[in-house]
Design a protein around this ligand. Structure first.
Ligand code: IYR
Length: 226
């Protein structure tokens, strides 16, 4: 029986000819494959509207029961950036001096990371992504669903939008990161998920010499026998 209580609208997605679909998929892959995680940022300002647009792109991601269980905190205030840097470096110092295993430290060697996090002050914007395990509506708690999956997908959209705008980002996970909740004064239903410095790359910035896996390493096909 037709559902008369919940309204549906005609789907208005675009439809391309097959040749154009192929071309677009190639071009998008080639463009996305140029994205690199960056740790060396310029302090050159980025227009605020760029950040608004990339956040709304992230917020267009699919989410469990369309709950959009995320908050994007955008930090450009130098004092708050300094507080975040100091708190992150305090935790990371402990990580690099005993909390991370030998194997972990060895796996990180190609990236040249250590406990110093200058990019937390240099990048013009820090976007702190918070996940919301529930919403608060008046006195009531309303549960959210598939929160990690939803916020992970939104973060992916955010990184793609940052790249598309010609900016660079770092997917940073200082650990533990509950200090972000305190510094940014977030309510109890929000937990920090990722900290993403955003900006233009520093002049002559370098990136690690690493390769991505090829299609045969990441794909398994199950096709009808021909
Ligand atoms: N959180 C630490 C360590 C670190 C861990 C992983 I896994 C990385 O890909 C990179 C760094 C840091 O930020 O230095």
């Amino acid at each position: 029986m037709a559902d008369t209580t919940h309204r549906f609208l005609p789907y208005q997605g675009v439809r391309y000819a097959q040749s154009e679909t192929l071309q677009r998929s190639r071009e998008f892959y080639q463009y996305m494959d140029k994205r690199r995680t960056l740790r060396l940022f310029s302090d050159e300002p980025v227009p605020k509207e760029v950040i608004e647009n990339i956040i709304m792109t992230a917020s267009s991601a699919p989410s469990g029961a369309h709950k959009q269980p995320w908050t994007f905190c955008v930090v450009s205030d130098p004092d708050i950036k300094t507080q975040i840097r100091e708190a992150a470096e305090k935790e990371e110092y402990v990580n690099y001096h005993g909390r991370m295993s030998e194997e972990w430290l060895e796996d990180l060697e190609p990236f040249g990371t250590d406990w110093h996090k200058p990019f937390l002050e240099t990048a013009p914007y820090l976007i702190v992504v918070f996940k919301k395990s529930y919403d608060i509506e008046g006195e009531e708690k309303r549960k959210n669903y598939y929160v990690n999956e939803s916020v992970g997908i939104a973060a992916g959209f955010l990184l793609a939008a940052i790249h598309h705008a010609g900016l660079a980002a770092l997917t940073h996970t200082p650990s533990p990161m509950n200090f972000l909740q305190k510094i940014l004064n977030r309510p109890d239903n929000e937990r920090p998920f990722l900290l993403i410095p955003v900006g233009y790359p520093a002049e002559a910035a370098t990136v690690p010499d690493i390769r991505r896996k090829g299609p045969e390493e990441v794909t398994v096909w199950f096709e009808a026998a021909s």
